[in-house]
Design a protein around this ligand. Structure first.
Ligand code: MN
Length: 289
C-alpha cells in the first residue's frame, strides 16, 4: 500500500457553545474545512446528573446538509418534525438528512439524568451538493449492534462500518454522496492498513488513547488528535500504542461555494435568507418543546 502523506495535523481545542464546552477540530484557524465535512464537534465525556445537565438542545432547524451524531457514551432522546421519537444508546448513529428543512431536539433521557453517567458523542456536519440541498428531509437511526465489523487477524483492531464500504463490508447507513465513516477500536499493539478511495478527502480523529499513523506521527488526547491526509496514496497505517478509539471519515469533495449561517449550510447568502424566512413561516415543520 502506498501511504497517503499527511496534509495537516489538527488540534482539538475546547470552544464554548452557550453553556457547553466542547472540542472543535473542524473548523479551526488552521483547518477551515475538509470538504465535504464542514464541522466536527466532540462533546464530553461530561458527567450528567440531575444537578448538571447542560447538554439539552431544544427544538432547532437545519437546512442544506446532513447533521450526524455518533453517540459514544450515555443515552439521548431524539425528536424531530418528521414525527420520529427514539432513544439513542451508546454506539448508535443518527444520520439526519436535513435537506430542505427539519426541526429536531435532543438531550439525555430523563432516566439517564436520574441515574447519572457519562455523556460523550461526535456531531458531524456533512455538506450536501447544491442539487440535494432542497431534497425532502430524512432520518436514519442505526443501533450499535446492527453495524458490521471488520477485524484484523488477531482481533486487536475492530472497525465498525457505519457508512460506505471497507474491504467488501458495507455500512448500514444510506448516503447521499460517496462517504465512508468508521468507528475504530484498537488494542495496544493492534495494527491495520486502512484503504482510502483515491477520490476521497480523508481524516482520522482520535477520541481517546494513543496511536501512531504511518509509523511516524503520534496522536494523543490534548495534543494532536486529527490527521488530514493528502490524496496521493491508497490509504494509511494505524498502530495502537494503548487502547484507543478513533473516528475515520472520507468523502468526495463537493467543490462548491459555501454560505453558512447558524444552523444552515447553503451555497449563497440569498439562500441563507430564504432558509431563515422559511423556518420562521413554518416550512421546515414544527416540534413542541
Ligand atoms: Mn441539530
Amino acid at each position: 500500500m502506498k501511504l497517503n502523506s499527511i496534509k495537516k495535523i489538527g488540534r482539538s481545542d475546547f470552544v464554548n457553545m452557550g453553556p457547553i464546552k466542547l472540542r472543535q477540530p473542524i473548523p479551526t484557524q488552521d483547518i477551515e474545512l475538509v470538504d465535504p465535512f464542514v464541522l466536527l464537534h466532540h462533546y464530553g465525556p461530561y458527567p450528567i446528573s440531575e444537578f448538571n445537565n447542560p447538554f439539552d438542545l431544544g427544538p432547532h432547524p437545519h437546512r442544506g446538509f446532513e447533521p450526524i451524531t455518533f453517540l459514544i457514551q450515555g443515552e439521548q432522546l431524539h425528536r424531530d418534525s418528521l414525527g420520529n421519537e427514539s432513544v439513542v444508546n451508546a454506539g448508535d448513529v443518527q444520520w439526519t438528512t436535513a435537506g430542505r428543512g427539519i426541526v429536531h431536539a435532543e438531550g439525555p433521557t430523563k432516566a439517564f439524568i436520574k441515574k447519572g453517567g457519562e455523556l460523550e458523542g461526535i456531531q458531524l456536519w456533512l455538506n450536501l451538493p447544491s442539487e440535494k440541498k432542497m431534497m425532502p428531509a430524512n432520518y436514519q437511526h442505526v443501533k450499535n449492534d446492527d453495524f458490521l465489523v471488520v477485524s484484523s487477524e488477531n482481533s486487536k483492531v475492530n472497525i465498525q462500518v457505519i457508512a460506505g464500504e471497507l474491504n467488501g463490508t458495507n455500512g448500514r447507513i444510506g448516503t447521499q454522496t460517496s462517504v465512508n465513516a468508521y468507528i475504530i477500536d484498537i488494542e495496544e499493539g493492534g495494527e491495520f492498513n486502512l484503504p482510502v478511495p483515491k477520490d476521497h478527502q480523508s481524516i482520522v480523529y482520535l477520541l481517546n488513547g494513543e496511536v501512531t499513523i504511518n509509523d511516524t506521527e503520534s496522536l494523543a488526547l490534548n495534543n494532536k488528535q486529527m490527521v488530514w491526509f493528502n490524496q496521493d496514496g491508497d490509504g494509511f497505517s494505524l498502530e495502537g500504542k494503548s487502547k484507543s478509539k478513533l473516528l475515520f471519515l472520507s468523502g468526495t469533495p463537493i467543490n462548491e461555494p459555501i454560505s453558512s449561517y447558524g444552523p444552515y449550510v447553503m451555497n449563497t447568502q440569498t439562500e441563507i435568507m430564504e432558509a431563515m424566512r422559511d423556518y420562521q413561516s413554518g416550512k421546515m415543520g414544527f416540534l413542541t418543546v
